[in-house]
Design a protein around this ligand. Sequence first.
Ligand code: PRP
Ligand code: URA
Length: 206
Amino acid sequence: MHVEIKHPCVLHKLALIRDKNTGHKLFRELATEITMFISYEALKNVELQNVQVETPVAMANCKTIASNLVVVPILRAGVGMLEGILGLVPTARVAFVGMYRDEKTKLPVAYYKKLPESRDNSVYIIIDPMLATGGSTVATIDLLKEQGAQSIVVVCIVTCPEGLEAVEKAHPDVTVYTASVDDHLNDHKYIVPGLGDAGDRLFGTK
Ligand code: PRP
Ligand code: URA
C-alpha cells in the first residue's frame, strides 16, 4: 500500500526540487522540508500514551508518543532526509544502513549497518529520497525484519509504479509514503521525470 501526499505546499516544493537548475544547497533544504511533510503523515498511526501535565492553571490530560521510533536512513542519499524527520521526532533513534545500487546490475549492494538494540513496540521508518526499482528498500526491509522488526514504514520523496509493486509484492505489510508516484523507470532504471541522482544532487558530487 502507498500514500501520496498531494498537499499544495508539497507540490510546490516538488516543482523546485525537480528543477535541474536547483543547486545542492537549495536541494538539501527542500529535501528537509518535503521530508517533514511526508513524515507528518507517515507518523499518523504511531501509538500514544496518556499523560497528565500540570499547566500554570490546572492539570491537563495529554498524550505523548509511546512507540519507540527508529529512523533508518539508507546511505548515502537517505541522510539528506534525516534532519527533516528528526525535526518532527527529535528523540527517535537512528539506524544506518549502507546500500548502493550497482551501476551495471542495478541491484542493491549492502555495505554497512548499525542498528539500535531491538525493543518492544519499535516502529522503523526507512528514509530514502528515491524508491526506483525498489531493490534497495526491499533489501533494507529484509535486513530489518531479520533483526526482529515488526512495524516498518517507508518515507521517500519520489517513487514509481515499478518500485511500489516490488515493495508491495515482497512486503505487503509495509506502507510507502511519498510526495510523488512518477511515471516510469527509464533504461538506466532512473525515475522519469524524477529528480536525477538524488545523492549527487544532495551532496554536490557531480
Ligand atoms: C539511490 C537511492 C536509493 C536507490 C534507489 O542510491 O538513494 O538508495 O538508488 O534505487 P532502487 O530503488 O532501484 O534500489 P544510490 O545507489 O545512487 O547510492 P547513494 O545514495 O550512495 O548515492
Ligand atoms: N537513484 C537515484 O538517485 N535516482 C533515480 O532516479 C534512481 C535511483
